[in-house]
Each structure stands twice: as C-alpha cells, then as structure tokens.
Ligand binder design. Structure first.
Ligand code: F0G
Length: 455
C-alpha cells in the first residue's frame, strides 16, 4: 500500500538526500532508491519576482481574519495557515482546535539570564498538552483521507498521547509502542483514556522505533512518527503563529529542545519558507539543545562537523528526549546551518534548575522543555547570545505531564544516590518542598512569617 500525496497546494514529496521526487511514499516514509527521509516542498513557490506565489500582506490579513471565524478549521491554529500546508479535503480534517498557544514574557528568567527580551511560546498549551498536536492534526487527517483503520507510533509519551486522541476523534484505531518504565504516568494515562492499544516494550525508544519500522512493512498501519512528513508540515505552524504574535518582526534567536529532531526541523523549515515567501525580512538563529545523556546530535555537530551521527544509548530524567538515534538529524542539521544557530548540551541538574525557574515565572513546563532555558544560559556564557537580543524559547510540554519529576525535585529526592547529588546543592534555593503541619492556625501563621522573612 502506498501513501498518495496531496496536490491541492502544489505540495510534492522529495528525498532530502538524493532529491528523488516520488509520486507517493511507502509506509515507512523513506526514499525507495536511497532510504533517506522525505519532505514536502512547494514547487509553485519558487521565487518568481514578477508573479510571486502569494501577496505577503494579503496572506497575513487572511490568517488574522480567520481568528474571528466560527469555522472549525479557521479556529485551529494549524489549519488557519493552510495555504502553507499540503492540501487535505476538509471532510477528512481532524481538529481539536490545536495551536493558538500563548507567547509569554518570562520576567524572572529574563533577569536571571540578563536577556530582557525573553519570551516563551508555550506549546504545552495544546489540547493534549504538548507540541505534538500541531503535527498530529495534519498527519492523522492524512491517515483518515487514506482510509487507514490503524495508526501507530513509537513514543516517549507525548506523540502517543496526541496520536491516541486524534485517532479517537477520527474513528481510527491506534497502536502505541512505548519504552516500559521510562515514560511519565501523565502521558501513559492519556493514551489509555483515549483508547489506544498501548504496548510497553522492554526496550528504549530507539528499540520501539525499530519494531515499528518492521511492523509497518508487514501490516497496513499508518506510521505517525515524525518521519511522516505531514507531521513536520503541521509543526511548522508553531513558527508561523509565533511570527504573527510578534507582528512579523523575527526575534534574534529561537531555542528548541532536540530529541528525535522533528520539531527543530519543522520550525527551521517554516522559518526558511517564511523568508522565501517574504513573510519575514530576516531569519532568526535556531539553536537546538540536548540533554548531556542523550546528545548524539550535539556530538555529531561538535565532534564530526555534522558529517555523521553515532547512535548512543541515551539516558536522562527528561524522558521525552531520551533518544539515542534521532531520525531527523539531517533535516535538523540543514536548518541549524541555514539559520546560523548553535547546538548545546546541558546537564541533568541544569535541566532541573531551569525547569523550576520557568515554574517560578508562573508558567511551568515538563523537563524536556526546560533544556531551552538551561541552553540559553550556556549560550549567554559563550557569548553566542547577547543581552540586548530578542530570544524565544519553545516550551514543548505542560508542567503536569510529569509531576513525579517536579515533586521529587522540590522534595530534594530527584538526584539522591546519583552522581549529580553534590551538584544539586546549588539548586536548593529553587526547591519548595510542601510543609506538613497540624491543623492549627498558629502553625500556619508561623510558616507564613518564616516564609516572609526568607523571601
Ligand atoms: N519536548 C517534548 C516534551 C517531547 O515530547 C519531545 C519529543 C521533544 C521535546 C523533542 O522533540 O523529538 O521533535 O526533537 N517527544 C517524542 C515523543 C519523541 O515520542 O513524544 P523532537
């Protein structure tokens, strides 16, 4: 079975390595001649100064007007930008009104980093509480259009939660492969409630991906991991919406976490396309941050000049990005280089501290998202980001995705018995352990007074 491509907006598939342009993709979404990943491109956009594909001002005002519409697709923060997406007939579109996520100024983090113009685009404010929904609405709709009965993914938890929700909305069945024991309860509980067939495999994320790739060759299931180019197209809209929120004035830097590297590829692709379509007049630098224990892309760039990527056995408490063999590393490398961004790695303690600091700004996020602030601090120290520059962090998941991590951090239990136990002492000032008291007014007042003295 093959996946036909949509031609409504002129989107075509192309291999990122050999440039082949197949009419359709196999179920593994890889190029048949060379095995590399496929991407969408839009031949109708290629710069023709005499008759540009779009009038940028008209497009911006069309998108803005849709915000007042009662139409479900217009209300979606993804489909609102459908001119830049592969076409999917409206009757197949599955939407939970994803996107439309807030952009927050981070006042305390701004002071702590010395970057006054510091904002967070909170993709955790999506319907299933992670950025995955923006890509999933497009890819799940494409599965629906192809009349697939089953959709499937390997996941560290957020993709599976999102896929299960969109499959349920589209009356499709979903199969989730997740690493046993290494995903948060919040994410696991979502896929159960949304009705997925959830298999906890005794392996890591990379092992789940291997099994899934073999499965799609044997069974008619539609693959919803981010190798699916429809996912990337949907995730582009986070960057488009961000530019709209900034009145189309690009910031100097955008910082994203890097796991399987689909999200950085998508945001970078959107930036390059917006540049090409003259929707923005300059490109932000897109920087990608990994956890030290799951840093194959960081090592690829720093040690091998991006020429190759050595898979590793990944380990980090930021389980969302516990990935040792990222599928989209070549796409991510391309946008890193095209935008002049940087790649960084951060330690477990740096992640935990940054997460608490984002929380203290009244925002919060899951651990994987906090690598962005930890990375910003390192990029400030290295001089890559200067104090007067405008920086946007992409927060990928909601605080409530992984409450275990948060509670253990604040109780001081997170790093007990690990090599990080000594370093964590530096984060004591960020810990807010709950206080157990008798039901006694005097005890509560004493706690209040003590907190006031220490504030
Ligand atoms: N942040 C969160 C909260 C994630 O869930 C993920 C990936 C990432 C960052 C990294 O994004 O993979 O596009 O580089 N989670 C996937 C999943 C792998 O299965 O939920 P990426």
């Amino acid at each position: 079975m093959s996946i036909a491509q949509n031609t409504g907006t002129g989107a075509k598939l192309r291999c990122i390595s050999c440039g082949a342009t197949p009419d359709s993709a196999g179920q593994d979404f890889r190029c048949t001649p060379c095995g590399d990943l496929l991407e969408f491109f839009f031949p109708g956009w290629t710069s023709n100064q005499d008759s540009p594909a779009f009038d940028p001002a008209a497009l911006k005002s069309l998108w803005l007007n849709r915000r007042t519409s009662r139409d479900a697709l217009d209300q979606s923060g993804v489909w609102r930008f459908r001119e830049l997406l592969p076409h999917i007939p409206e009757e197949h579109a599955i939407t939970l009104r994803e996107g439309n996520t807030p952009l927050y100024h981070l006042a305390r983090c701004a002071r702590a980093t010395g970057v006054e113009n510091l904002h967070a685009k909170h993709q955790g404010m999506n319907p299933t509480a992670s950025f995955k929904d923006t890509g999933m609405t497009v890819a799940a709709s494409s599965a629906h259009q192809q009349e697939f009965r089953w959709v499937a993914c390997a996941s560290t938890g957020n993709t599976s939660a999102s896929m299960a929700a969109y499959a349920a909305r589209g009356n499709m069945l979903s199969l989730v492969l997740i690493p046993d024991g290494k995903i948060s309860w919040g994410k696991l509980s979502q896929s159960l409630d949304y009705g997925a067939l959830t298999c906890q495999l005794r392996t890591d994320f990379d092992g789940c991906v291997r099994i899934l790739n073999e499965l799609v060759r044997q069974k008619p299931v539609y693959l919803l991991n981010s190798v699916n180019p429809y996912r990337i197209e949907g995730q582009k809209t986070a960057a488009i919406e961000l530019m709209e929120q900034l009145a189309w004035e690009a910031p100097d830097h955008i910082i994203v976490p890097g796991g399987n590297l689909g999200n950085s590829s998508a945001i970078g692709k959107a930036l390059l396309e917006m540049g090409e379509l003259k929707l923005i007049s300059r490109l932000p630098k897109l920087s990608i941050i990994q956890a030290h224990g799951a840093n194959p892309f960081y090592r690829s760039v720093r040690e091998f000049g991006g020429k190759r990527l050595e898979p590793m056995t990944a380990d980090t408490l930021a389980t969302a990005i516990r990935i040792g063999n990222p599928a989209s590393w070549k796409k991510a490398l391309r946008v890193l280089q095209a935008t002049g961004g940087e790649v960084e790695e951060v330690s477990e303690v740096e992640i935990a501290a940054a997460k608490a600091e984002i929380g203290a700004d009244g925002i919060g996020c899951e651990p994987a998202s906090a690598v962005t602030l930890a990375g910003l601090k390192k990029l400030r120290r290295s001089g890559f980001i200067r104090s007067g520059e405008a920086v946007v962090l992409i927060l990928t998941g909601h605080l409530l995705k992984d409450p275990d991590f948060t509670i253990k951090f604040h109780r001081g239990d997170l790093f007990v018995g690990t090599p990080d136990a000594a370093e964590v002492a530096q984060t004591k000032h960020l810990q807010r352990a709950p206080i157990v008291l008798d039901a006694d007014l005097g005890a509560v007042i004493a706690a209040l007074d003590a907190a006031e003295r220490n504030s």
